[in-house]
Design a protein around this ligand. Sequence first.
Ligand SMILES: Cc1cc2nc3c(=O)[nH]c(=O)nc-3n(C[C@H](O)[C@H](O)[C@H](O)COP(=O)(O)OP(=O)(O)OC[C@H]3O[C@@H](n4cnc5c(N)ncnc54)[C@H](O)[C@@H]3O)c2cc1C
Length: 92
Amino acid sequence: MEEKKEGGEEDRQEAAIVGAGPAGLTAAYYLATKGHEVKLFDSFPKPGGMLRYGIPNYVCRRKVGPGHPSHSRMGVKFQGNTTVGKDISWTS
Ligand SMILES: Cc1cc2nc3c(=O)[nH]c(=O)nc-3n(C[C@H](O)[C@H](O)[C@H](O)COP(=O)(O)OP(=O)(O)OC[C@H]3O[C@@H](n4cnc5c(N)ncnc54)[C@H](O)[C@@H]3O)c2cc1C
């Protein structure tokens, strides 16, 4: 299914999301759906949060995140290995 973007150019804003776990990925998806420019930061190298790093692979398959077509098609960017508040500031 193709995701549809809503809103005009004038409504478009930049959004930074700290944490690419299920909550951050969900927020990114819906913000991108509204046409906003979304960048996700996470301390871990890959998105998925505890679903990727806390749960064994046989319990949860690791096919989540901006590597997934539903996010990358919508232009969501991901920057891993970045702890906000340590590697970059909260205000940058
Ligand atoms: C061992 C274990 C087993 C589980 N089993 C199940 C299960 O079977 N079924 C189920 O439904 N749920 C399970 N859960 C729960 C599920 O993993 C959580 O409910 C879910 O991951 C919460 O999502 P979240 O996005 O809120 O937080 P998280 O998944 O914790 O993601 C938060 C992300 O934010 C990042 N982050 C935090 N602070 C910063 C910062 N300052 N800068 C950059 N990045 C930051 C972290 O690195 C992390 O990747 C399990 C959890 C654990 C720990």
